[in-house]
Design a protein around this ligand. Structure first.
Ligand SMILES: Cc1cc2nc3c(=O)[nH]c(=O)nc-3n(C[C@H](O)[C@H](O)[C@H](O)COP(=O)(O)O)c2cc1C
Length: 235
């Protein structure tokens, strides 16, 4: 079973530090772990052509910047940790670029029933991370990833400041990271029954209507999974 940790910062400092703490705290031999950093790639922006939705083979037409390699890592994973800095009250551009480039994933639940954890690090108090976490929760819902846990970490230091090298020394961070990681590894192994809430059901219904009406990649995938007659992928 593969756990993929995604460092969604251009740097390898705070968000990477928490991710590493979480990954290192998981010692279950059934879980094989890998970290990737979006900053190791130079992803181009989405050009808005929608070929990935409507033109076979339903893939991004930009093929030389490593997107395919990252997507392969995702498709091979059974669980995910997304760790990111807050940039101007939301996700950093590097992550939003990746999300936009995966538009053909966002109507077809490619990771239905897999588990994921969201971590945000920021220079302001943790409550400011609300819009970032909300956005990520919505994206994970579109992918079919069930949120196992969430954590926002107030780094207390300024960007580039002294706290940069010591996120693990912030009181409580190591413990919180370990608790979150334990929850995720247990969810990955036990796969507890998922009960969709109203937002899950509404999103599924909207995407089902879209797949039926628009066709192309979306309809092909929905037919393949037998979801066109269902109320949610989980039931
Ligand atoms: C461009 C930019 C925008 C930022 N915007 C915010 C923000 O809106 N709120 C906040 O609390 N911190 C903000 N920060 C601080 C980072 O979120 C914080 O330092 C984070 O822990 C950096 O993570 P990293 O080391 O993984 O890159 C910003 C930093 C940068 C570089």
């Amino acid at each position: 079973m593969r756990l993929l940790g995604i460092n969604c910062s251009p740097r390898k400092v705070n968000s990477y530090g928490v991710l590493k703490l979480m990954m290192d705290s998981i010692e279950d031999p059934r879980i094989d772990k890998k970290i990737i950093s979006l900053g190791d790639y130079s992803l181009e922006h989405c050009k808005g052509c929608c070929a990935c939705l409507f033109r076979e083979p339903y893939e991004c037409i930009q093929t030389t910047d490593g997107l395919g390699t990252i997507q392969e890592e995702f498709l091979a994973a059974d669980g995910f940790i997304f760790s990111m800095p807050v940039y101007i009250m939301t996700v950093p551009g590097i992550l939003k670029t990746f999300i936009d480039r995966c538009t053909n994933w966002s109507h077809v639940y490619p990771f239905a029933g897999k588990y994921g954890t969201i971590v945000a690090t920021l220079a302001a108090p943790a409550s400011v991370a609300g819009s970032t976490i909300d956005y990520m929760r919505s994206w994970l819902r579109l992918l079919g990833i069930v949120v196992s846990g969430e954590l926002a970490i107030f780094t207390r230091g300024g960007y580039g400041g002294p706290m940069d090298t010591a996120i693990g020394d912030i009181p409580g961070v190591k413990t919180e990271a370990a608790v979150l990681a334990a929850q995720l590894s247990s969810d990955m192994i036990e796969r507890p029954t998922f009960f969709p809430d109203a937002a899950d059901l509404a999103t599924f219904r909207t995407l089902r209507q879209k797949a039926e009406a628009i066709g192309g990649h979306d309809r092909e995938m929905w037919e393949k999974h037998g979801w066109l007659g269902k109320d949610h992928w989980s039931c």
